[in-house]
Design a protein around this ligand. Structure first.
Ligand code: FPP
Length: 238
């Protein structure tokens, strides 16, 4: 048994916004002779556990990368499976989100997404919008460059010729989210992969070789403890 490290967490120094790149579902499945889709299914269950744990720890924002604008390049069968996962996730865990005071939010492009999927996400987001605990954001059909270009095009459509740094955020899909404090990526991949580019500017990065289906609340806490050891300077000096 690995000892829980909760006692070392400083509840007064929690990262406000944690983002996760949930990598390694395919590797996890392959090592067991299972299909990649089985790995994604297991990944969704792990995601539910981490979402509930983040809410319990009183983290304010958790954002997860569930489908990138580049994931359309995967085999059709896998894309179909991934497209269906948010529906299953919400069917299975909607009531828990309501009872645990979790607000559902989505960031990404509507381009190519099925109407019924968008409707379901919007319905649960509406139902949970007054919840005051964790804001749980699913980045689905999301790409960081796509988000920035979409913002720029909307600015141009308004006929503006210039934009102030502090005004740019309001054009982003992720306009409601604060800057990311801690980015976690699993499966020994050391990349940003076009995730939340604007909001990651000063994030602390945490990489682990644990595969996403093996990621547990204790691994999540370990990442937070590591974050709490870091000294954040935002370009200044101590
Ligand atoms: C990357 O692993 C993972 C994904 C592209 C999908 C992540 C999705 C989930 C964990 C579940 C999503 C849940 C909801 C609510 C939509 P990979 O398949 O690239 O792994 P590999 O690098 O080992 O092949």
């Amino acid at each position: 048994m690995v000892k829980m490290m909760k006692d070392k967490l400083n509840p007064d120094k929690l990262p406000k916004h944690i983002a996760i790149i949930m990598d390694g579902n395919g590797t996890w499945a392959r090592r067991r002779g299972l299909s990649r889709n089985y790995g994604h299914r297991k990944g969704a269950i792990v995601l539910k556990d981490i979402m509930l744990h983040a809410a319990k720890l009183k983290i304010k924002y958790l954002t997860v990368f569930a489908f990138s604008t580049e994931n359309w390049k995967r085999p059709q069968e896998e894309v179909n499976y991934l497209m269906n996962l948010p529906k299953e996730f919400l069917n299975e865990y909607e009531e828990e989100m309501v009872s645990e005071d979790i607000r559902l939010h989505w960031v990404g492009s509507k381009n190519r997404l099925a109407e019924d999927l968008i409707k379901q996400i919007e319905r649960v987001a509406e139902r949970t919008k007054a919840n005051k605990g964790l804001t749980f954001t699913i980045a689905f059909n999301y790409g960081g460059r796509d988000e920035i270009i979409n913002a720029v095009n909307n600015i141009l459509k308004e006929g503006r010729k210039e934009i102030a740094l502090e005004d740019f955020n309001q054009y982003l899909y992720s306009q409601e989210l604060p800057d990311v404090d801690l980015l976690i990526r699993t499966s020994n991949q050391v990349r940003i992969s076009n995730f939340l580019l604007w909001k990651l500017a000063y994030s602390e990065l945490y990489f682990t070789d644990v595969l996403w289906p093996d990621f547990r609340p204790k691994n999540f806490e370990k990442a937070i403890i590591e974050y709490q050891r870091r000294e954040r300077r935002f370009g200044g000096i101590k």
